[in-house]
Design a protein around this ligand. Sequence first.
Ligand SMILES: Cc1cc2nc3c(=O)[nH]c(=O)nc-3n(C[C@H](O)[C@H](O)[C@H](O)COP(=O)(O)OP(=O)(O)OC[C@H]3O[C@@H](n4cnc5c(N)ncnc54)[C@H](O)[C@@H]3O)c2cc1C
Length: 386
Amino acid sequence: MTGTLQRGREALIVGGGLAGATLGILLARQGRDVEILEQSAGMHHKVCGEFLSGEAVEYLERLGVSPRSLGAVTMHGVRLHARGLLAACELPFPAMSLTRRALDEALLSLAERAGAVVSRGRRVDRLMRDEDSWRATLLSAEAVTAPAAFLATGKHDLAGHRRPAGRQNSLVAFKMYFRLLPEQERALSGWVELFLFPGGYAGLQMVEDNQANLCLVVERSRLERCGRDWPRLLAHMLRCSTALAERLDGAEPLLPKPLALSSIPYGLLMQPAQDGLWRLGDQAAVIPSFSGDGMSIALHSAHLAAEMYMRGGTAAEYARKLRRELRPAVQLATMFSRLMVRAPVLAQAVRLWPGVLAHCASHTRVPEEALLMETFQLRRRGAEPW
Ligand SMILES: Cc1cc2nc3c(=O)[nH]c(=O)nc-3n(C[C@H](O)[C@H](O)[C@H](O)COP(=O)(O)OP(=O)(O)OC[C@H]3O[C@@H](n4cnc5c(N)ncnc54)[C@H](O)[C@@H]3O)c2cc1C
């Protein structure tokens, strides 16, 4: 292609979020010639509740990233506020919270130290297969070719590789940081709090540097009724949840405007494709926020892809296995998420079965027997064939 700088690698990874950076680390540590193409030029915020489950913390620590030393805050319980009802439970696993700004950057810099080529500020425009090689064309008039390609662009679809709709497609997400008053911070400390309001639900928790992360999803129709306007949406939530109003009364917003994300295919589990492309993280499965564990799925998919690729497995075999492992958790989390946007139904469920929260927290995670805790070696409890 005229005027295009082209380089060849053994493997190329499109997207350097949790899944892409983790895969880059694992392959580079095995001496593989791998390049990560990441569109952001430096540290940046992402729409995310920033809750790290026990599995996610363990995957990160074994990779060599310590959430605690990056400032992560420990979480021990979850509270659900629904129509004046409060349900609380201890988390059935040790958990933390940490901003994606800090976490994603730590992973990318570890990938670089491991020997991966990390190309920042590089947005991939197209990813195409020419005979037995993949070619990623960048907006910066560069191209990278490789026999193996891994798609890890998270929520963002690449032209020509659009994901189908999920099972819950009507939600729009927002994130905003707040500085709480000291008594509000004390009351929230160590807890993830979920607040239901008509048309959506919000999660609030402390992250590092004494910031509180408010992350929420809302039905598109409700957002329209609020004139697609953040102050009106926030006012709606505070009016409908006195518990949230108490937490945020007098709190100072820390971003000039919230981050937003639409078109999220919640509940999607990709079918194994025959195109030979390895799909990781949110490109493979999208578990609803707050009811599921998207970051540990991203980390797990990277470990599984690395292991199977190193052993000579195919993208289709990997996709089949990942789908089998994740299906029960994604289905349960999607059902729970649908209930959460119908607050009265969930409030009634919690009233009748107070253990529902703990049950969901335990069953919407990557199953323990699937975890790959020793890279390319044994699972926690015995190895299972592909
Ligand atoms: C509202 C909300 C709340 C959530 N809360 C939580 C939570 O509390 N806990 C949890 O575990 N999970 C949560 N999740 C899910 C979690 O954020 C995702 O599952 C996780 O980030 C997926 O990781 P990933 O690596 O697949 O994608 P990402 O982390 O999104 O990374 C994708 C990367 O690809 C890059 N990229 C995209 N397009 C291109 C391109 N064309 N070229 C080059 N680079 C590109 C992006 O810049 C990005 O860095 C939440 C999600 C949402 C929407």
